[in-house]
Design a protein around this ligand. Structure first.
Ligand SMILES: Cc1cc2nc3c(=O)[nH]c(=O)nc-3n(C[C@H](O)[C@H](O)[C@H](O)COP(=O)(O)OP(=O)(O)OC[C@H]3O[C@@H](n4cnc5c(N)ncnc54)[C@H](O)[C@@H]3O)c2cc1C
Length: 381
């Protein structure tokens, strides 16, 4: 009997981008998928979990298109991942977003922006400026006096649980998962060679979904890679006897956001540290100072004693803050994405899907020319 030889594809990095690509590709019967992931410093499992890109003041239209499409892609993609069942609320839930501004005029401006943007992004849902009383009806612990802009389409996602779910499905579909670091990427006559500390194997196609670590595999091959790491830290709080299931995501002005999950669990953070490289050490004092900033909204009810865990991870940025994905120049069959910065959890499933489309030689949703990889990965002369 003739057995068709499957094409060997490696996915390096299993954060949200790599895990999404792996899931999509694992469904292809003619592909043999192997996933490599070291996991240390992963942005996805450290992330806060906010999916609410529409009201950002950032003006980059291509970035906005990616995150807008990324947010819209989430429910459709997840519904497919769970085969039409209910999406587990501990993984992803549309709970709405509340945006605070110190100046009430800015709230009005933001409402106008939201109404305009909703024409092309109906997933923003309903928009309204809520009074402190109305906020309290959603978040009984709220003690502030400020109003906030409500967007019902905002969601929160637990990056770690989502990646676990995607990898579980990929493995069920026949993919192999190796929790190993790829030490080197080599080029053979017809294939690409991946080397770990344990073994070495060759692949016809390789997807590099290694975010801030992209230079480590491409620079030894003579490429210059415009990617730098940014450290992010946050904390988890466990509130007793508090039903946080329906709380919206809370985004005050500044760095400290509050992301409620099931069972009284809150995420508070995150820092954006540009001078720390790949360091992952927790600075408890810095985080506790961030927690103190929530006093305006919760009059010191979010206490340091409620902190149940700290997390830190690494974001990836290009020098102009723009994300990219596509074919690695000069390496047929090698694809990469990076530079997703602080909104990579929002864009990640779509970007992973796009990389999978490239492997399958199918069209992408986002135009490749808007996210030009060749601007950030160049051959060093
Ligand atoms: C504290 C924090 C809060 C954030 N909050 C949000 C948020 O609320 N909303 C939002 O949209 N985004 C948020 N982000 C950004 C988002 O998390 C990232 O942009 C996104 O997760 C990047 O996904 P990725 O798959 O590209 O990379 P990562 O999730 O970083 O995954 C890359 C993986 O590749 C692995 N790897 C690297 N090199 C190798 C190698 N040689 N061999 C094998 N494996 C390797 C790493 O170990 C890692 O597991 C946050 C980030 C941080 C750090």
């Amino acid at each position: 009997m003739f057995v068709m030889k499957k094409k060997k594809v490696a996915i390096v990095g299993a954060g949200i981008v790599g895990a999404s690509a792996a899931y999509v590709l694992s469904k292809e019967p003619d592909l043999d998928i192997t996933i490599y992931d070291e996991g240390i410093g992963q942005g996805t499992s450290a992330a806060a979990g906010i999916i609410s890109p529409w009201l950002s003041k950032r003006r980059n239209k291509k970035w906005y298109r990616m995150v807008k499409e990324g947010a819209a892609f989430y429910p459709t993609f997840l519904k497919e991942v769970v085969s039409g069942q209910d999406i587990p609320p501990a993984v992803y839930r549309k709970v709405g977003t509340l945006l605070f501004k110190k100046n009430p005029k800015h709230l009005e401006d933001l409402l106008k922006i939201g109404i305009k943007r909703r024409e092309a992004a109906p997933e923003i849902g309903s928009l309204a400026i809520l009074s402190a009383e109305e906020i309290r009806s959603k978040i009984p612990l709220y003690t502030g006096t400020a109003s906030a802009l409500w967007a019902s389409g905002g969601a929160r996602v637990d990056g770690r649980s989502l990646v676990e779910l995607l990898l579980e499905k990929a493995v069920q579909n026949g993919a192999q998962l190796k929790k190993e670091r790829v030490e080197a990427l080599g080029i053979t006559e017809k294939n690409y060679r991946l080397q770990t500390q344990i073994e070495e194997d060759t692949y016809e196609e390789v997807v590099l979904a290694i975010a801030a670590w992209l230079p480590s595999l491409l620079e030894p091959l003579g490429y210059k890679v415009d990617i730098r790491p940014q450290k992010g830290q946050l904390m988890e709080l466990q509130l007793s006897q508090t039903d946080t299931h329906n709380w919206p995501v809370i985004m005050p002005e500044g760095e400290t956001d509050i992301i409620p999950f099931e069972g009284g669990r809150l995420i508070v953070g995150a820092t954006h540290e540009n001078d720390q490289g790949f360091d992952l050490e927790i600075d408890e004092v810095m985080l506790q100072e961030m927690l103190a900033e929530t006093a305006d909204l919760f009059s010191h009810q979010l206490k340091t004693e409620s902190i149940s865990a700290y997390r830190s991870g690494t974001r990836a940025y290009t020098s102009d803050f723009a994300p990219f994905f596509g074919h690695v120049p000069g390496m047929t069959g090698v694809y990469a994405a990076s530079g997703l910065g602080s909104t990579g959890l929002t864009a990640g499933p779509l970007v992973g899907h796009e990389l999978a489309q490239l492997v399958m030689k199918k069209p992408t949703v986002l135009p490749l020319e808007d996210y030009p990889i060749e601007r950030y990965i160049t051959a060093e002369c």
